[in-house]
Design a protein around this ligand. Structure first.
Ligand code: NAD
Ligand code: MG
Length: 383
């Protein structure tokens, strides 16, 4: 069946891989959104002919507007961060795939759900910052929230048998360990941006690549899993699986374990979210066990990688503690990418933010954004 898709964050790593899947499945693109990379966006517009396009950054939008004059059937161009939310809610799409990076994706996730659309969610920060708003909205509007993150897709795939799903005891999240696996605090003192941007298994956007090096990504995924699968922190284990072949596992009440395996290629989980519950041919290669030879397991070192510890603490603290951890991390990663702080400072400020923040159980969307702003300012005051 052909589907109409709105793709937010189309110029990013997940965005472009989503278009590979959309191309192969012959789906229709209803809307595309990006921040400022209009050269790539224009190519996508020419190929996929969306009805609507959003550019968040206004100068880039203006330039694109001029270029669109040359097209036969140009899409309607919308500008700014409000337009991103508007596009997410527009009737005409069957599903919204949110591949925006950071808390910038939260309002659009909520808007898509509130307009009654299923959401394929790559933007883990939506659940980390506004977990209870997102999950409450999903229940209220009776829509599906389909995980795109490979670990959460793996867990979701393992839970398709409803009888077994009722007996879910534990979620076992796998982690690659990132480029600095096995390193001591001392060895991490002077690692550079270039070192941190070299991920062993996955090719991703800069922010999530740094998050993988600090293990913040696994911390964010722990919080994401807690919301998606309704489990407390002590029912989510993390195990390092260096080859990124086992994408995650579930353990049932009878101690039986199911795992989902495959090559590390995001087009598999992206496609499953879009074609769910069906499975079709994928553009991703098959796993070759002869060349793989072994699959190894190690412990995650949360004493060295403080971001993971901080995320655990935030999940236990509840309320907006995870939002504060995320905001602190987004600000710290930005500073690290500008060479303004050191690698280990990221974990230091994120943990300090979580220890410092005072929380209450419930919150509004406005309070989420206030907390995010507060966390960013807190980090800037600490450096
Ligand atoms: P990326 O940096 O490659 O792309 C981000 C996209 O979001 C771009 O299209 C950009 O234009 C857009 N964007 C950036 N800031 C924006 C803003 N303020 N408003 C609107 N759009 C904005 O990032 P990515 O690696 O594709 O990751 C996207 C999301 O998917 C993240 O939440 C990440 O954690 C998650 N994710 C990524 C991977 C991966 O393999 N890359 C895997 C799992 C989950
Ligand atoms: Mg992941």
């Amino acid at each position: 069946m052909s589907k109409k898709i709105t793709l937010l964050g189309s110029t990013g790593s997940i965005g472009t891989q989503s278009l590979d899947v959309i191309r192969m499945q012959g789906y229709t693109v209803f809307g595309l959104a990006a921040y400022s990379n209009i050269d790539l966006l224009l190519k996508q517009i020419v190929e996929f002919c969306p009805q609507y396009v959003v550019v968040v950054e206004s100068n880039a939008a203006q330039k694109l507007g001029t270029q669109l004059l040359g097209l036969k059937n140009p899409p309607q161009l919308m500008v700014g961060k409000e337009a991103l939310v508007e596009l997410a809610a527009l009737q005409g799409a069957d599903i919204v795939l949110n591949a925006v990076v950071g808390i910038a994706g939260l309002a659009a996730t909520l808007a898509a759900i509130e307009s009654g659309k299923d959401v394929a969610l790559a933007n883990k920060e939506s659940l980390v910052t506004g977990g209870h708003l997102v999950t409450d909205a999903v229940k209220k509007h009776g829509v599906k929230l389909l995980p795109v993150d490979s670990e959460h897709s793996a867990i979701f795939q393992c839970l398709q048998d409803v009888h077994s799903a009722k007996a879910l005891d534990k979620v076992i999240l796998t982690a690659s360990g990132g480029p600095f696996f096995g390193k001591t605090i001392n060895e991490l003192q002077n690692v550079t941006k270039a070192d941190a941007l070299k991920h062993p298994n996955w090719s991703m956007g800069a922010k999530i690549t740094i998050d993988s090096a600090t293990l913040m990504n696994k911390g964010l995924e722990l919080i994401e899993a807690a919301w998606l699968f309704n489990k407390p922190c002590d029912k989510i284990d993390i195990v390092v699986q260096r080859q990124s072949i086992i994408h995650s596992m579930v353990q049932f009440d009878d101690n039986s374990i199911l795992a989902q395996l495959g090559v590390p290629d995001m087009r598999i989980p992206i496609q499953y979210a879009l074609t769910y519950p069906e499975r079709y041919k994928s553009p991703a290669p098959v796993l070759d066990f002869k060349t793989l030879k072994s699959i190894t397991f190690d412990e995650a070192d949360e004493e060295t990688f403080r971001c993971l510890k901080a995320c655990k603490k935030s999940l236990k603290k509840g309320g907006l503690a995870s939002c504060a951890a995320n905001g602190a991390n987004e600000q710290a990663v930005e500073l690290f990418l500008q060479d303004k702080i050191k690698f280990l400072d990221i974990g230091r400020v994120v943990e300090s933010m979580v220890d410092h923040i005072q929380v209450k159980p419930d919150y509004t969307l406005a309070e989420v954004f206030d907390c995010d702003k507060y966390a960013r300012e807190y980090v800037l005051s600490q450096i």
